[in-house]
Design a protein. Structure first.
Length: 247
């Protein structure tokens, strides 16, 4: 039946069978696949190819000094929005619309993205991205302003998904607002959860790294959440809010 002997394991075992965790405890990691190579990482990042509209949005992002989600994280966001059939999504940090377009393409055809950014010029560029992609104007509601001023004005329990990609130092506050905004069973996602390899390195103590590490601790410690950290791009942390029934 099999032309070759069945492999005994998919990839080499890690040289170090322990790892730090958000709780500070040491995770026992025996008999798990080792780290992937840069070649495999690039293959995974480019697995879903971006079209000309997203490439143009990335070029605009570079011009204004914005760093969008990578293609892998974008594809993960689209997948997530599609799986939960998202109708109402909040985004913190519009940028030039790269993540917004990925989200809109995964959401239901009648879904509305509410996207918040402190820079009105970034939102103008994002609207250009959405128009270029043929997204009807009524599907993207861009609200200019600081996230922590705008979010309290949005409706409690109304949203299927909140994607956070604004000021990293405010991530814990975004989590609190997101859990208020989400319906039961909704999902919150944070970009840059690995923050340029700094979060996993305890010697890195800058303000943003510490804030993202603290967010990871909060998410991992909350029994009401189902957490997942995807190492796509710069790290995509996700958590599902408890449904009304006990999980
Ligand atoms: C990393 S970029 C977002 C990129 C975008 N999510 C994408 O992938 O295309 C961060 C954005 O957050 C905005 N921002 C920074 N601090 C903010 C705040 N406190 N409230 C709202 N937006 C903020 C910046 O102006 C910038 O456009």
């Amino acid at each position: 039946m099999f032309p070759h002997p069945a492999p005994t394991c998919d990839r080499p075992l890690p040289t170090s069978p322990v790892a730090g965790t958000p709780s500070g405890k040491v995770a026992r990691m025996t008999n798990v696949p080792g780290p992937i190579t840069p070649t495999s990482w690039s293959y995974a990042e480019g697995f879903v190819v971006e079209d000309d509209v997203l490439i143009a949005a990335r070029a605009r992002a570079e011009e204004v000094g914005v760093v969008p989600v990578g293609p892998g994280a974008g594809a993960a966001l689209r997948f997530l929005a599609a799986v939960i059939e998202a109708r109402a999504v909040v985004e913190i940090g519009t940028g030039t619309g790269v993540s917004g377009l990925w989200l809109l393409r995964g959401m239901r055809a009648d879904g509305v993205l509410t996207t918040v950014d402190v820079e009105a010029e970034h939102q103008r560029l994002a609207k250009q991205t959405f128009t270029d992609a043929g997204i009807p104007a009524q599907r993207a509601r861009a609200i200019p302003g600081a996230a922590l001023d705008v979010l309290p004005r949005l409706t409690d329990g109304h949203y299927d998904l909140v994607f956070c990609d604004g000021d990293k130092r405010e991530y814990s506050a975004y989590l609190k607002e997101s859990l208020r905004l989400l319906r039961p069973g909704g999902v919150v996602a944070f970009d840059n959860a690995l923050w340029h390899d700094r979060v996993a390195d305890p010697s890195q103590r800058d303000e943003e790294t510490v804030a993202i590490r603290e967010l990871g601790r909060q998410v991992a410690a909350d029994d009401e959440l189902v957490p997942l950290l995807l190492p796509m791009g710069d790290g995509l942390l996700m958590a599902k809010k408890a449904s009304s029934v006990v999980e």
